[in-house]
Design a protein around this ligand. Structure first.
Ligand code: SF4
Length: 66
């Protein structure tokens, strides 16, 4: 299961991620992303991470339990 996280110290509110992942990211009134809890398609997540101009997006994998 793939989830995204935002580094708020980097995010500039470009909104590109929401355009690429409109099912899982919306924008607030200032253009900053709001991530839902919905799992994200891994390929789409990788694309969003690679095009974020502020390098603010990262993929988070849940901790594995034994
Ligand atoms: S593309 Fe990057 S900088 Fe732009 S809103 Fe999304 S996380 Fe923030």
């Amino acid at each position: 299961m793939t989830r995204l996280a935002v580094d708020w110290t980097r995010c500039d509110g470009h909104g590109l991620c929401a355009r690429l992942l409109s099912e899982s990211i919306t924008l607030d009134e200032w253009g900053f992303p709001i991530l839902t809890d919905a799992p994200v398609d891994e390929d789409a997540a990788r694309t969003a991470v690679s095009v974020c101009p502020a390098l603010a997006l990262r993929i988070e994998h849940p901790a594995r339990t034994a």
